[in-house]
Structures are given as C-alpha cells and as structure tokens.
Design a protein around this ligand. Structure first.
Ligand code: AMP
Length: 548
C-alpha cells in the first residue's frame, strides 16, 4: 500500500513571500524613482504594511475574490503594493501594457473585466480618453498622493491611491486559499488575432520565483541590489518582485526614467549590481556610458532576454565594462523564464571563442521546464545542434489554456499530449543549449514589444491602390526588428511609399507604423495560395531599412 509522506502541506501563496520579506528583511530598502520626479525610499516592512492597506482598500471598494485589479503603471513601490495587495487578498492583478494602442488597452481591460483600474499620473490623459469605453471598471485610482491629485478630471470620482491606503489600519490577516487560485493576468500580443491572457496562479508564481532565484538562473541573493528595467507590466518584471522577496534583497524601481543617463545615475547612486531587460534598453545605457567615458562601480551582471541579445552588445558589456551577460529566453505564456545561458564546468575549459558562441545561445532550461523540438508531424528531433524544429515546452509555470479560451493550445510530441507550442524555431545541442533560429508565429518584435503583421497588412489592404500586402520583420540595429511592408499595387494605380505610410497615421500606434515599403510585382505563394513569409523574408534579407 502507498505510504504517504508525513509532512506539513502549506499552500504556496504570494502573501507568504511578503510575510517572509517583512519578517526577515524588513529594513531592506525599496527605492523608487517616481513619476512625480522624486526618489522615494521605502523598505519591505513598509511595503508589506501598505500592501495590507491596499488589500483592505480594495475590499472596501467592493472587490471580492477573483475580481481583477487592472494597472497601467511603471515600476514603482505603489505598483509593488498593488501586486501584493491584490494577489495576496485573493484578487487578480492585471498588469496592462500602456505602450499599446488605446483601442487595444480598452479591449484588454474589457476582456479581463477589470473592476478597478489603478494608474500612474503619466497615463491620466490616456485614461481620461478611454474611461467611457471601459465597460467593467467601477473605480479609477490615480497612483499618487493627495498633493499630486489634479484639480479636476473628466473621470468621475477619481480616487487617490495614497488616500485610500491612509484610510485603512493595515491590520489585516492574509487569507489562506487554494494555491491554484489565479494571482495575476498578463496579455500577450505575440500571437495572431486578439491579444490573449496568460493567467498565472499563486503556485506557478511561487515555483517560478524559487527557480528564477537559483544560481544557474538569475542567481539572486540577499546581498543583491536589483534594478528591474523590464517593466512590471511585462510578465511581472520576469518575476523579480517575487524572487527579490524570497531572498530579501534591495529593489530599485526606475519608474518612467529609462533613458541611458537616468539609468546610469540610478545604478551608481543606489549601487545596483544586478539588472534585467530587453536588448534595446542596454543599447541606450551603453551609448551613454561610452559617449561620456564612464564606468560602472557596482553593476556586475544582467539578464538580457525578450529578443535575441546582439553578440556585440554582450561582448561590450562583458569586455569593456566587466558586466556578466546572462542571455535568457522565455515567454509571457511561461511566466516567463525558460532557458538561460550559463556555462557548465566542462564548458569553462573550452577556448574563449567556443565559450562565447555558447553564451550567445538562449541556453539551458531551468528545472521545472521541459523542452523539445519537433517537426511538422510532431516527431521529436535530435539534440545535435543542427536539426531545427518547432520549440515546445511544458512545466509548472507554462500555461495550459489562455484566459476565456476553451480550446487547448497544446500539442503532442511523439504522441504524448501536453506540450505548449512556443512559435519559435530552434536547435538544441547535446549539452541542452537551445538556440532560436527563426519564428513560425507571424509577429514582429521591436524593442521588446510585439507588432502584429496581420494588423499592418489589413490596414495596407484597406488602401484603394493596394492589391496585396505582406509585412515581415527586417533586422534593425537598435530595435532588433522593425516592420517592412511589401506591396503589390493594383494595375495602373499610382501610390508612393510616403502616401502609404501616411495612411497608417491614426490607424495604429505610431511606433508600430512600418519603417519602409517595398513595391513588388508579385508576392510568393504556396500552391494553396498561402503567402510564403519565409520565402519573402529570404528574398528581402539584404534590404536595408532607411532607419537602420
Ligand atoms: P513575450 O511573450 O512578449 O515575452 O515574447 C516571447 C517571445 O519573444 C519568444 O517566443 C521569442 O519569440 C522572443 N524571445 C524572447 N526571448 C528571446 C531571446 N533571448 N532570443 C530570441 N527571441 C526571444
């Protein structure tokens, strides 16, 4: 007969992270560069108290278990307090990407049925514009103090976050519930069609936070000073607000101040030694330190992911500035960490160029995630570093379903069901180092943000002079990828590049407008009439964007 273990079983809840950080690292600082312009100093004890007050305030506003609290906010202590206050009390923290086009934000907030919307002052004009279209939001909360509330606003009964908290005692006991309860939602537009919601659970978030803190992952410890450049609206800042609570380290939150100069000054002033972000932000920081002949006095390592890290950036950070670069790959659907590139003992004995080539790959999985590469028939391919196939994953922090979507996105590998198709194409070598070689999903990733090729194609097709349009990703030194529009004109129609680009104004966010247009006589199609994007990308691989 099976013998059961005789161990305690405590649900893995996000509130337990905060309780731990408060008790064991209460005085450890949380520093925030705020929208208001000041540098705010708090600590884990204070954040824990204000998170309990936030939980009480959300309840007073009528929120009940499972209700969604939306945020449009930068990295800052108030956002952190909403993270813990909402999830910890059984509500669901829904971080919305403010860089999306307003229509998309409205769509996402309505789809998630957000009951409260908390936002930084930066986004007041945006929220004033979209408020009448938000069908489920009952309370609008400006994340600021009374002194910074606007004299008037078109938003009826605009609430002040600090006032709401100050009205509560903070005398609150975190409830205990099933660890599989939803804790937060993040929508991704890195898929075809409408954005889709990844719904994380307390259990998945905690397991991810444990794993992310391990030495072969982000290597977090109580001695670290972590500055997540990656936004808290992007997959929970890659889980750093949770891993930081596990180890009880100092957190430095940069708010909207993400340019090279502001980041450098904050790194130095707060003695930041570890950071994480997409390649584009490091370019800004590197340019600034190079142009001004500066060095880092404390910055020692960074995780770079979200897009492929350019080898030149990796080398410069490592060789010129002594900053270890950990190249990482993951997805919104994976909470996000999947693989990180850290060398094994044997690999450390290889010649430097061989080590460098390995570090440029996306790396090995952390325990808790399993991966495979498969062909179009679902047969697994060998890990020989040569065979490229569709990358699929499974694990404790990988989604099984999208929010409100009954269909399963999962596929089978060699007949075994339960694998999530990432839409990335990769090789894996004998040591388990994965390298992304292509993407099968039809989207473009510019500076870490998604652009839907289909949306751009639909707009072009709406132009009366366009017969057919395709949008592909073209390489860009700053943004990694930028959209390139390829068009077949209608016979005898007259249309210039400038006219077509002007047609996008007001129809899509400015930063999503294609960088260039190429007019062609025809586009490549398959026998069944499907556009052959891979072939088109191959045909235009040497096209140089005017912005590059
Ligand atoms: P997101 O859900 O927005 O985090 O985007 C996830 C996708 O970004 C992945 O499926 C990849 O296509 C891409 N991606 C993330 N990290 C990397 C990386 N290190 N190298 C190349 N592509 C990456």
């Amino acid at each position: 007969m099976t013998l059961m273990g005789r161990m305690m079983s405590e649900p893995l809840l996000i509130s337990s992270l905060l309780k731990h950080a408060e008790r064991h690292s209460g005085e450890t600082e949380i520093v925030s560069k705020r929208v208001e312009g000041d540098l705010h100093r708090s600590n884990w004890r204070e954040v824990a108290r204000r998170s309990r007050q936030a939980a009480q305030a959300f309840a007073r506003l009528g929120c009940a278990a499972g209700d969604r609290v939306g945020t449009l906010a930068w990295n800052g202590h108030r956002h952190l307090e909403i993270y813990y206050g909402s999830s910890g009390s059984g509500l669901v923290c829904h971080t919305i990407n403010p860089r999306l086009f307003p229509e998309q934000i409205v769509w996402i907030a309505n789809d998630a049925e957000d009951r409260i919307l908390c936002f930084d002052a930066t986004f007041l004009p945006l929220v004033e514009k979209i408020a009448p279209l938000l069908t489920s939001v009952q309370h609008f909360v400006l994340m600021t103090s009374r002194a910074h509330m606007p004299a008037s606003s078109t938003i009826p009964k605009l609430l002040c976050f600090d006032d709401l908290l100050d009205a509560e005692s903070g005398d609150y006991v975190w409830p205990v519930f099933d660890e599989n309860t939803a804790s937060s939602i993040c929508y991704t537009s890195g898929t075809t069609g409408n954005p889709k919601g990844a719904v994380y659970s307390h259990r998945s978030t905690l397991l991810h936070a444990y794993a992310a803190a391990l030495p072969d992952a982000m290597d977090c410890s109580s001695r670290d000073v972590i500055l997540p450049v990656v936004p808290m609206f992007h997959v929970n800042a890659w889980g750093l607000p949770y891993s930081a609570a596990i180890v009880g380290c100092k957190l430095v939150l940069p708010g909207p101040h993400l340019d090279g100069k502001s980041l450098y000054e904050l790194f130095e002033a707060e003695q930041v030694n570890f950071s994480a972000g997409v390649p584009t932000v490091w370019l800004g920081l590197l340019n600034y330190v190079k142009a001004n002949g500066l060095k880092f006095s404390s910055f020692k390592r960074t995780v770079i992911g979200g897009s492929a890290c350019p080898p030149a950036m990796m080398k410069s950070l490592q060789q010129d500035y002594g900053v270890e670069v950990i190249h990482a790959w993951g997805m919104t659907e994976m909470s996000p960490l999947g693989t990180l590139s850290k060398l094994t003992t044997r690999q450390l004995g290889l010649p430097p160029e061989a080590q460098q080539r390995l570090l440029e790959k996306q790396g090995r999985v952390i325990y808790g995630v399993d991966m495979a590469i498969i062909d179009d028939e679902g047969r697994s391919l060998p890990w020989d570093g040569q065979s490229a196939g569709n990358l699929v994953v499974r694990g404790h922090w990988v989604i099984a379903h999208y929010f409100k979507n009954d269909g399963s996105p999962l596929v089978s590998v060699d007949g075994e069901p339960g694998w999530f198709p990432t839409g990335d194409v990769a090789t894996i070598d004998a040591d388990g180092f994965m390298q992304i070689t292509d993407r099968s999903k039809d989207v473009i990733k510019s500076g870490g943000e998604w652009i839907s090729s289909i949306d751009l194609e639909n707009i072009a097709m709406a132009h009366p002079a366009v017969h057919e349009a395709a949008v592909i990703a073209a390489r860009h030194p700053k943004w990694d990828e930028r959209p390139l529009l390829v068009v077949v004109k209608k016979p005898d129609a007259s249309l210039t590049r400038e006219e077509l680009l002007a047609f996008y104004e007001g129809r899509i966010a400015k930063w999503q407008i294609p960088d260039d247009v190429v007019f062609v006589a025809e586009l490549p199609h398959t026998a069944t009439g499907k556009l052959q994007k891979l072939k088109l990308r191959e045909q235009l691989k040497d096209h140089r964007l005017p912005t590059a």
